[in-house]
Design a protein around this ligand. Structure first.
Ligand code: GLC
Ligand code: GLC
Length: 814
């Protein structure tokens, strides 16, 4: 069953009924100002940091989860009937409801009693504001007299404080209303130099800034008294709950349309110029007024919207494919790339499943996100790499997270996740292969954000490996620390205290428990560092890291081999995890997928055997589960993994993030059919047809799909902010389609299904557009290249002569 359809031409998903199984959201904003927007108008906005600079409120454990947002109300002044064109919050019957989620915008429209309303929400590029364009059309044969009310509820900036510190906050709220613009300025009088503003292009019949006046006592957002009576209170908030609402009255002739433009913005003033006149307590509006004036003009709004569309043309234009598979095309060309932008921007901070007050930017997460993002805006990837590495410690370890606003490592969570440092190398290697910008390696970067500790970025990468070499365990494998990629494999924790964090508590000295997964990851990271070192002429380093990779490869294949598949880890007693010797958790996906991806055991049959075991024990029609059998009880020596009920999250859920490791593994083994089959099993677009089972957005990946042990097998959770986005994008674009940036050029090495006769793609790489056409001449994966009409040896298209901007590549596959 479906709740809408893909409109690929418009690059939109069109939701045709508002009662989707769960809120289906989109993000507006792609640089500094962001908003979450559900198909029923729910969600909130923030500037840079969902916790520290929250503009509008989101309530925790809300029902429905997206409740509270950017609600527009329409009132028919003749009958007194009123409704929400986004269905929520009044839930009135609507005709022709639709929500079109597009690239950085959403348009929600509906009709009732002959009045059609459509609101398009978006954030212009390079601005710290959002625009709502509400078009009201009278489709009746008679004139209509309507009232339109906007509404937002302001958050008092620090979202955690806003949600908890009522005794103070209910007294601090402050607003100003000037020239019909509502200014929210709570705490501006003392330590803040930022405020929010909410404007409307039409002259007002009234406004409200105090929630209680707008809603009325004992009422909710579903029946605000101001809307019910068609009369705003012109209230000014003193404490309590500041909000913004504009009331516009329209008289529309039959067929007439009118547009109202609302703008919600964030603005900062220099500290010395906060007040006007100086010495007063009135917000200085000198620099914000021109912005407000600009977006009262529909022409400027249309131009801003067109610029946003062009921006996305460019971003998505870097990689476009036309393959025989409509789902793969749609995901590669539109939605998967789009999701990679969201994960790059948001990391794991704010979604329907991340509250915005929990996690900042994760070290491992953000480095992996680069794999799916770096080709779109390399300059932002560069900045991110430097920010991440500045939170690395001199030991080579890293803060597990940092706050995007301050860019400082988060002390509450600290470090000691022993996989973290390796991901920096993988992120940097992806950046270098994409851009060829080796200058980044010489950038001076501090440790632990401490001025004076600068060393070149290259040295940070060396420390990443040194950190692992300094922490090898009894089998010569890397010690796991607090956890590796699997945050829930807490082998040094032994927690029996309610509420204790599995991620940060440790009861053991950590000198025994080892991770085979980190071993495999280290083979890859050391090999990448070796390749990178030889690119910059550091032959000794290149040899050293090649040797590190070789030794670890051997260790994984000997110490980490269980007979048919790779062991997952060794616990604090030195016992195997993920072995036939275990009663539960006999086989795990991570060590199989990552070993194959890292090229371990390709020649001696171990990789093939491991992936065959994955197929036999872990694969389901909905994707590949994390381990089997699921843990049926709490294992204190394993930690959080065994706290989830069987089939959910890390306890045998289909953790979509690691499925593409197996996909890439199958590619490494030359098995295009299996790779594409696994890829398709978790593809959101493929799963659209079972939206009633999947339940979350069919246009983006979710972190998890309930595994076969779960009563709700096939049901997705944690959509949007997941490493799944980058990894699947990387797996399909670089491995299955095989168009892969390398130091020496663009590699064309597709491993596609045998049934595909051909495909074409276009890829912009280091300023050159490659028009690629791949044709099958036989069943294999051997590539013969013809570049601009001339045969080329091997499968790498070398960079063209200076000044050449397009290159034609024909690849014969057989
Ligand atoms: C979450 C975390 C990620 C971790 C994964 C597996 O997605 O963000 O860092 O690797 O869970 O535990
Ligand atoms: C929990 C989740 C895991 C996530 C972690 C973040 O352990 O199961 O997916 O990475 O929390 O702290």
């Amino acid at each position: 069953m479906k709740y809408g359809y893909f409109d690929d031409k418009a690059r939109e998903y069109v939701i045709t009924r508002p009662d989707t199984p769960l809120p289906w959201i989109n993000y507006i904003g792609c640089q500094g100002y962001f908003g979450i927007l559900s198909a029923t108008g729910g969600g909130y906005s923030y500037y840079r940091d969902a916790r520290l600079r929250r503009l509008t409120r989101g309530r925790y454990n809300n029902v429905p989860a997206d409740f509270g947002g950017r609600y527009v109300y329409v009132r028919d002044n003749a009958s007194g009937d009123y409704w929400s064109p986004s269905w929520m919050p009044t839930q009135s019957d609507l005709e022709d409801y639709s929500c079109r989620h597009g690239m950085g915008y959403s348009t929600i429209s509906a009709k009732r009693s002959g009045i059609r309303t459509a609101t398009r929400y978006f954030v212009p590029l390079d601005e710290t504001l959002e625009i709502w364009q509400t078009t009201v059309t009278n489709e009746r044969l008679t004139p209509a007299d309507v009232s339109i009310f906007s509404s937002v509820e302001f958050c008092l900036w620090e979202a955690n404080d806003d949600a908890t510190n009522y005794q103070r906050n209910l007294s601090t709220g402050q607003v100003e209303v000037e020239d019909e613009v509502i200014y929210h300025k709570t705490e501006y009088r003392e330590r803040r130099n930022h405020f929010a503003w909410f404007s409307c292009s039409e002259s007002l019949a009234g406004f409200d800034t105090q929630r209680e006046s707008f809603l009325g006592p004992w009422r909710g957002w579903n029946k605000p008294v101001a809307v019910e009576e068609g009369r705003s209170r012109n209230s000014i908030a003193y404490g309590w709950s500041p909000m913004g609402s504009h009331h516009v009255k329209l008289t529309l002739a039959p067929g007439e349309s009118r547009q109202i433009i609302y703008v919600l913005g964030y603005h900062e003033n220099p500290n010395e110029q906060k007040f006007d006149p100086p010495g007063s307590q009135t917000v200085n509006k000198t620099t914000v007024k021109p912005i407000i004036a600009k977006y009262r003009d529909a022409k400027n709004v249309e131009a801003a919207f067109a610029a946003l569309g062009k921006h996305w043309d460019e971003l998505l234009g870097v990689y476009q494919v036309a393959s025989p598979d409509e789902h793969a095309n749609r995901m590669v060309n539109i939605w998967n790339a789009y999701q990679c932008m969201a994960t790059f921007n948001m990391s794991r901070s704010a979604s329907s499943f991340e509250t915005g007050i929990g996690r900042g930017l994760g070290f491992r997460d953000s480095n992996q996100d680069l794999l799916g993002f770096v080709h779109m805006v390399p300059s932002r990837a560069r900045e991110r790499i430097l920010d991440l590495s500045a939170t690395q410690l001199a030991s080579g370890g890293a803060y597990h997270q940092y706050q995007p606003l301050t860019k400082k490592g988060n002390n509450d969570i600290g470090g000691d996740f022993n996989d973290d440092p390796h991901w920096l190398i993988i992120g940097v290697a992806a950046y270098l292969k994409e851009t060829g910008d080796f200058s980044i390696l010489d950038e001076p970067v501090v440790f632990d954000n401490q001025p004076g500790t600068e060393v070149p970025l290259y040295e940070h990468l060396r420390r990443s490996i040194q950190y692992a070499l300094d922490r090898l365990g009894p089998h010569g494998l890397p010690l796991i620390g607090r956890a590796d990629w699997n945050d829930c494999l807490n082998l040094n924790c032994f927690s029996d205290t309610p509420g204790q964090s599995f991620q940060t508590s440790t009861s053991k000295d950590g000198k025994v428990a080892e991770s085979v997964f980190i071993g495999a990851l280290m083979v890859l990271s050391a090999r990448e560092l070796s390749a990178l070192a030889s690119q910059v002429g550091k032959a000794d380093d290149a040899a050293f890291y090649a040797d590190v990779a070789k030794t670890m490869d051997e260790t994984v294949r000997t110490q980490g081999w269980d007979g048919e598949w790779f062991v997952r880890a060794f616990d604090d007693f030195g016992r195997k995890i993920g072995s036939k010797e275990n009663e539960e958790g006999k086989i795990f996906i991570e060590s199989q997928g990552f070993a194959a991806l890292a090229g371990i055991g390709l020649d001696d049959g171990k990789a093939r055997s491991a992936l065959d075991a994955v197929r036999k024990h872990l694969a389901t029609p909905h994707g590949i589960v994390l381990q089997q059998p699921a843990y049926s009880r709490y294992y204190i020596e394993y930690g959080e993994i065994s706290t989830y009920p069987p089939g959910y999250k890390e306890n045998a859920g289909i953790f979509c993030h690691n499925n593409p490791w197996v996909v890439i593994g199958e590619v490494m083994l030359g098995n295009g059919d299996a790779a594409f089959d696994y890829y398709s099993r978790i593809s959101p677009s493929v799963r659209e047809g079972i939206s009633d089972v999947h339940r979350l957005e069919p246009y983006v990946y979710a972190q998890m799909i309930a595994g076969r042990d779960a009563p709700t097998h096939g049901e997705a959770k944690n959509s949007w902010l997941t490493g799944t986005a980058a990894w699947n994008y990387y797996a399909i674009t670089q491995w299955i389609l095989g168009i892969r940036p390398e130091y020496t050029g663009l590699r064309i090495a597709p491993v596609v299904p045998e049934r595909w006769p051909s495909f074409t793609a276009s890829r912009v790489f280091r300023g050159v557009t490659y028009d690629i056409s791949v044709k099958r001449t036989g069943a294999g994966n051997t590539v013969s290249l013809i570049v601009d009409g001339k045969p080329v040896d091997g499968d790498i298209v070398p960079p063209p002569a200076k000044g050449v901007k397009t290159v034609k590549v024909e690849a014969l596959l057989g």
